[in-house]
Design a protein around this ligand. Structure first.
Ligand code: HEC
Ligand code: HEC
Ligand code: HEC
Ligand code: HEC
Ligand code: HEC
Length: 280
């Protein structure tokens, strides 16, 4: 080798090696960026739908609840997309001739389902479940954004692993009372917007979330002022069990989140971030 290549070409070879290395790194960075870009994750993009269904009109305008159409969201892993029948509850009478609704009428007449384009779609190797999130105090809006303001549905968050993990590592930052999961305008508690909660230590077998009730209107004097816990013991009806009631006023998400995490029995950040939770 020494006969063919002199010192200078050796330096050249080294330089080109470094250059190749740099190009590989640059490519890697670009691909990584690309993988996270909205173009790949579809974040924020409006899907092309057979019918331009507006959540803004139907939710904010008409005041329909999410569960009216997404009936299984509290009871199963899927929220579900409503069948044509749900639309026809109204559209057999309202806007019956609108061209926009032709695919709905066609579906109703033929019995063929409307084929909606999925906006949120996790890869098959990821396990996700609506029921547990909703029943442990994560609002639709936390994951899907202000759906009531969307004329056309889009993906508010990336749904990438980092996004899931960000919350699983600090669930208390996003917990709200389960009575508020459908609230699109929920505000974390503050001095100006306090939240009052009462928790009852009930026997096993009763869903944990049902043992907590919260309100954003001052329930009056029986509750103590700032975060001091009031513990009262009383006899349960029937006189057998004794249960404790804890009441408190919360003026920060930190305090409320901690309280709810305890009463909803949320697992530790370490348990919630382990691979088997989402990859089974
Ligand atoms: C009148 C029926 C109706 C109501 C009420 C309704 N939705 Fe929908 N929703 C639909 C239909 C139809 C689709 C599929 C078409 C689309 O994506 O816009 C959909 C799609 C969605 C999707 C995206 C599904 C996907 O493809 O990934 C989300 C998220 C969603 N709805 C959340 C909500 C939330 C949150 C509420 C309450 C604030 C709500 N919806 C109320 C009918 C409804
Ligand atoms: C509770 C009654 C009700 C239900 C259920 C309902 N709609 Fe509507 N929809 C209306 C009314 C009322 C309007 C007129 C809204 C307006 O212009 O303010 C409307 C308007 C529309 C429009 C015209 C564009 C717009 O948003 O103004 C489309 C498209 C539409 N609906 C599709 C659907 C589909 C698809 C479903 C089933 C997933 C559905 N609707 C379910 C009452 C309903
Ligand atoms: C913790 C985050 C999170 C919360 C809270 C949440 N969703 Fe979802 N939602 C998702 C993810 C992730 C998907 C995609 C699931 C998939 O691809 O398997 C999804 C999908 C959907 C879909 C599409 C159909 C389906 O079942 O896959 C609808 C509709 C929907 N969500 C409605 C709702 C409604 C209504 C609420 C509130 C009651 C809600 N979601 C709360 C994360 C969430
Ligand atoms: C805003 C917060 C938040 C986000 C975002 C979130 N999660 Fe969760 N997740 C929770 C909470 C809270 C629980 C309930 C923990 C408990 O009960 O111990 C949970 C529980 C789960 C469980 C537990 C199921 C079981 O029974 O063991 C799975 C699976 C899961 N999440 C998957 C996901 C996936 C996948 C994503 C992203 C697409 C995601 N989560 C995004 C907060 C979140
Ligand atoms: C809270 C839910 C959650 C947990 C916990 C989790 N993952 Fe994931 N993981 C996801 C989601 C969601 C995706 C899909 C990401 C996408 O589509 O971009 C994913 C994708 C992946 C991928 C595919 C490559 C990629 O980045 O897209 C690998 C490999 C992976 N996870 C490994 C792991 C390992 C190893 C652990 C444990 C240290 C783990 N995951 C824990 C939710 C989770």
């Amino acid at each position: 080798m020494a006969q063919i290549f002199d010192r200078s070409s050796n330096a050249l070879a080294r330089a080109s090696l470094i250059l190749t290395g740099l190009i590989v790194i640059a490519l890697g960075v670009t691909l990584n960026e690309l993988q996270r870009s909205p173009w790949v994750t579809r974040q924020g993009q409006r899907a092309d739908q057979p019918v331009p269904f507006s959540h803004k009109h139907h939710v904010e305008g008409l005041g329909l609840q999410c569960q009216y159409c997404h009936v299984s969201v509290e009871k199963s892993s899927y929220a579900g997309i409503p069948p044509t029948r749900t639309c026809m509850n109204c559209h057999s009478q309202i806007w019956t001739n609108a061209a926009l609704l032709e695919p709905v009428r066609h579906s109703w007449a033929t019995g063929e389902s409307i084929v909606w384009t999925r906006v949120h779609d996790l890869p098959d190797f990821v396990y996700f479940n609506h029921e547990i999130h909703v029943n442990k105090g994560i609002g639709c809006e936390t994951c899907h954004g202000q759906v009531n303001e969307m004329p056309i549905m889009y993906e508010q968050n990336t749904l990438q692993m980092e996004w899931c993990l960000n919350c699983h590592r600090h669930p208390e930052e996003n917990l709200r009372p389960t009575s508020e999961i459908y609230n699109m305008d929920w505000k974390k508690p503050s001095d100006l917007n306090p939240v009052w909660c009462t928790a009852t230590q009930v026997q096993r077998g009763v869903p944990t979330a049902e043992s907590v009730s919260c309100t954003t209107t001052d329930p009056g004097k029986q509750m103590l002022m700032p975060a001091a816990l009031q513990l009262s013991l009383s006899n349960a009806p029937g006189g057998r069990a004794v249960f404790a009631t804890t009441s408190a006023k919360f003026t920060s998400q930190e305090a409320l989140g901690g309280f709810l995490a305890e009463h909803y029995h949320i697992r530790s950040a370490r348990e919630l971030s382990s691979c088997e939770v989402c990859h089974r």
